[in-house]
Ligand binder design. Structure first.
Ligand SMILES: [Zn+2]
Length: 425
């Protein structure tokens, strides 16, 4: 057995005694007061395959809480979805370590400053927790880091690097270690690509968008098309010399919202060797939930956040100072879903497996992977409290009688393959 596997086996041993502290159940988004306290879903034994498999998540939100509340990702918290102790318990080997520039920073044009500070903070916190996690610049790095029994952080940016798409800024971010970047400004259309939750300005991408894509191809950076319009996704897949990643989202075929991908766009991604990371949230995967939301239930925002952008509530603050925006945002962190869901609408992890299965049938098992959006606001399935519960997905995929190899691809090998192709290493 490889060293990584031994360490992984140890970290995945069931915790003795109170495996599921009552406190953590109460901190979870409890819905309908029907959480089965006596026998939680999480008591299902962790499959040996999960212990052994390479597990990689395509979208995990980090550093917003750390920046705004001065916390440490190496510490265990009772709220939110993400920290390193819980990541290890869930058997995670690598993740798109997604630093995030919230839309709130865009009106005052603080987006580039925020991006640099969260990226530097990520480097600082990874260094501080060097016994658990290291930065990976390519696929070989991920394997090398895993061999040491550590988690690999593949640095990714959500929320754009610069609204104008300055290529020098892009190169500066690459120099710092960023290897994946979302083209849209999160939910906002920018100077070169249309976002799916905002105005269509370019009918996809414009020539500058093509220049950004070429630069990313030349550098060997993963192009993330999540939050783009379907037209833009198809155009990016065509323009890119390398496979592109739709790191987190659902399928239009299940839920008809802009943040879900059409079959045509999904096929365009797969045709170029790209990957669709399946989001864990009900809003993306459970038609019943989406319908319930449409019937007037309070919906946070299309940004999938726990609260609306602060500039909506505080228009005077939007061009003021970044410190004021920080102060307004801090209480909303961690950005996990905090609402309640009626019992009959709260989805199971089996629904997530059903969506994965749809994707496999549509584009093939080489092009579907995980993209949880942990701490980005997903209304998690009943069986999934936070990062500890990745094994629940393996359990559901086994119920579909998927082959071991297929499950391994979906759990992480597909992301590893894409990163190897794009980074050439
Ligand atoms: Zn997102």
């Amino acid at each position: 057995m490889k060293r990584r596997d031994i360490i992984k086996k140890l970290t995945l041993l069931p915790v003795v005694g109170n495996a599921l502290p009552v406190q953590s159940l109460l901190a979870a988004p409890v819905a309908g007061n029907t959480v089965p306290l006596a026998k939680p879903y999480q008591d299902r034994p962790i499959p040996a395959l999960h212990r052994d498999a390479f597990v990689m998540d395509g979208h995990v939100h980090v550093m917003t809480r750390e920046l705004l509340r001065n916390t440490d990702i190496g510490q265990r918290y009772t709220d939110g979805n993400v920290d390193l102790p819980r990541a290890r318990e869930g058997g995670l080997d690598a993740m798109f370590f997604s630093v995030y520039t919230l839309d709130d920073y865009l009106p005052g044009r603080f987006e580039t400053k925020n991006t640099f500070r969260v990226l530097q903070l990520a480097l600082d916190q990874i260094k501080k927790n060097n016994n658990v996690i290291e930065v990976a610049l390519n696929a070989s790095d991920i394997e090398r880091i895993n061999e040491k029994g550590k988690i690999a952080a593949f640095l990714d940016l959500e929320g754009s690097f610069d609204l104008e798409g300055d290529l020098l800024i892009l190169r500066a971010l690459y120099t710092m270690g960023l290897r994946s970047l979302q083209l849209t400004a999160h939910n906002r259309t920018n100077a070169f690509i249309d976002a799916c939750s905002d105005a269509t300005v370019w009918n996809g991408i414009n020539n500058h968008g093509r220049a950004v894509i070429k630069e990313m191809n030349d550098l060997g950076m993963v192009i993330n098309v999540a939050h783009a319009t379907n037209e833009a996704i198809i155009q990016v897949a065509e323009a890119s010399r390398q496979p592109v990643a739709y790191t987190h989202g659902g399928f239009h075929a299940f839920v008809d919202i802009p943040r879900c991908i059409t079959d045509d766009a999904a096929k365009a991604i797969a045709a170029k060797g790209g990957i669709i990371g399946i989001h864990f949230g009900s809003f993306f995967n459970n038609p019943k939930y989406e319908e319930w939301q449409r019937q007037g239930q309070p919906r946070p925002t299309t940004s999938r956040r726990a609260s609306p952008p602060v500039f909506d509530e505080h228009p005077d603050e939007q061009t003021n100072t970044i410190t004021k925006i920080d102060k307004l945002l801090a209480p909303t962190t961690p950005l996990n879903f905090k609402g309640t869901i009626p019992d009959d609408i709260w989805m199971h992890a089996s629904q997530l497996a059903k969506v994965i299965d749809y994707g496999v049938n549509l584009v093939g098992e080489d092009h579907i992977a995980l993209g949880s959006d942990f701490d980005g606001g997903p209304e998690l399935p009943r069986e999934i409290r936070d990062m500890r519960d990745y094994p629940q997905i393996t359990i559901e995929l086994q119920k579909l009688e998927y082959s071991e190899q297929r499950i391994r691809k979906i759990l992480g090998l597909n992301w590893l393959r894409l990163i190897r192709e794009v980074t050439n290493g």
